[in-house]
Ligand binder design. Structure first.
Ligand code: HEM
Length: 444
């Protein structure tokens, strides 16, 4: 079809879009590659959450005014006056939390399938940008109810930003439109939350899907462990397509399954919203600081780090290292090539290995004990204990040991990062009370 014809005839344009849409995924694939196990449909579920947020967010906008104290009054109206208003607000809130959670799990799943490797480097980087934008989308929405929780959560988040050397105070000033969280901040967060970040996510998702198709659909390794790029092989030899009778229209089959998964997720989120109302505390009061003032849960891990390290290290150096690490993973094959077995072979002899491992563990533990970071030590100990226990018995019958020995360095780095994220976030959210002291959540 000629582009000129598309412009002149609207029917041609629709046909062309349909053609493009169908080819966002590889047109035909093996039935086995459409299975739930490959991706757990996590990308589609994340998109499902985003769609629910757009739909509920548009309806919420009909009742919401980004001004003080009207914003809070609108929340009360939604709860007590507007028909199904409370339900709408809860659905919006829980789907936002679900999106943040799913985007992390999707990233982890993609990583462990090694789907960030060539030719998917660009798509991985688009994905990392989506992760950061999703966090910002959620964070800017947090302030809008203008209650104590949102006011102080945003204040804590914004104060992390001030720790950037030289630029921190300026960045915070531009974000808030002043030195404190005030009416300007509410308006800025409203514009960012309802316009800027949704548009950025829509554009990035479009590029994400376009690359997904261009890179040959879902990632698969061949027998030699190399990624298969369908465009590089003639169709009859393409291992992803299989025999003629195995071919399935991915457009029809995969889309159908993903829509069912999104519908199931929608049912779950509806049920959660019916049972648990989104929290709404007192009207925000800059004079009454709650103790503890907690950031939204996806930032409590950072807050926990701030408890141990100076703000510059916890707020800038560590997150900066993590984000740059995520962006550059696909370009440093060294971390993928080196396996646990290779690392063991660098130090010859079992006792030498034990001494090396013990020394590293003692140094790191001493450092963490010195700053009382007991919880941050847990993942480190679990990983080292796994390595010590499994590296001893080597042999064909020791399947778990062999699996551990074949894991790459990047696998261990990501596993440590994810375990630290889970532990620090759980501790920051559930086990911290007044003045950030340790509490047992079941004791109230
Ligand atoms: C709003 C956020 C996101 C949406 C809506 C989204 C959507 C999707 C969808 C629908 C797929 C197809 C496979 C599936 O259903 O799981 C996919 C694949 C992929 N995503 Fe995402 N994604 C998002 C965020 C991310 C993030 C944070 C990363 C990584 C940092 C990422 C990296 C990838 C990669 C590399 C693939 C290709 C996987 C393969 O070839 O098997 N995505 N994404």
């Amino acid at each position: 079809m000629q582009p000129a014809a598309r412009v002149r005839n609207p029917l041609h344009a629709i046909a062309w879009w349909q053609h493009d849409l169908r080819h966002m995924m590889s047109a035909r694939v093996r039935e086995t590659r459409l299975g739930f196990r490959k991706t757990w449909y996590l990308g589609a579920l994340t998109l499902g959450c985003f769609t629910i947020q757009i739909a509920t967010g548009l309806l919420l906008m009909l009742y919401y005014h980004p001004s003080i104290p009207q914003a809070y009054a609108d929340m009360k109206d939604l709860e007590f006056v507007v028909s199904s208003g409370g339900m709408l607000r809860s659905l919006h809130r829980w789907s936002a939390h679900a999106m943040v959670f799913l985007v992390f799990v999707h990233m982890a799943k993609v990583f462990y399938r090694r789907a960030y490797q060539a030719p998917r480097e660009l798509n991985w980087m688009v994905g990392v940008s989506l992760l950061l934008t999703t966090l910002m989308l959620s964070y800017t929405g947090y302030l809008l109810p203008w209650d104590q929780l949102s006011y102080w959560g945003t204040t804590v988040g914004a104060s992390i930003m001030s720790s950037v050397p030289f630029l921190g105070a300026k960045l915070r000033f531009y974000l808030l439109g002043g030195h404190t969280v005030n009416a300007n901040a509410l308006l800025r967060f409203y514009v960012l939350h309802t316009m800027v970040f949704p548009l950025v996510i829509i554009s990035l998702v479009a590029v994400h899907f376009w690359r997904l198709h261009k890179d040959g659909g879902m990632f698969e390794l061949d027998e030699a462990g190399k990624p298969i790029i369908p465009h590089d092989v003639p169709e009859q030899e393409n291992p992803l397509l299989g025999a003629e009778n195995e071919k399935t229209l991915s457009y029809r089959e995969l889309l159908f399954r993903e829509i069912i998964a999104i519908e199931a997720l929608a049912v779950v989120l509806f049920s959660v919203a019916l049972i648990w109302k989104a929290p709404l505390e007192e009207l925000a009061s800059p004079l009454h600081t709650p103790n503890p003032a907690k950031a939204p849960w996806y930032f409590t891990g950072l807050q926990e780090l701030l408890h141990y390290f100076p703000p510059f290290v916890a707020g800038i150096i560590l997150p900066g290292l993590i984000v740059s690490g995520l962006f550059i993973i696909p370009f440093v094959p060294f971390f993928d090539i080196v396996t646990t077995a290779d690392m063991c072979s660098w130090v010859r002899g079992k006792s030498a290995r034990t001494i090396t491992m013990a020394s590293i563990l003692i140094v790191l533990s001493a450092l963490l004990i010195r700053i009382h970071a007991w919880d941050a030590m847990l993942p480190l100990w679990i990983i080292v204990a796994t390595l010590c226990l499994t590296s001893r018995a080597v042999g064909p019958q020791n399947r778990f040991g062999n699996w551990v020995r074949s894991r790459s360095l990047s696998f261990w780095i990501m596993t440590l990062f994810l375990m630290e994220a889970v532990v620090l976030t759980s501790v920051g959210t559930l086990f911290r009370g007044p003045s950030w002291s340790w509490i047992w959540p079941w004791r109230g």
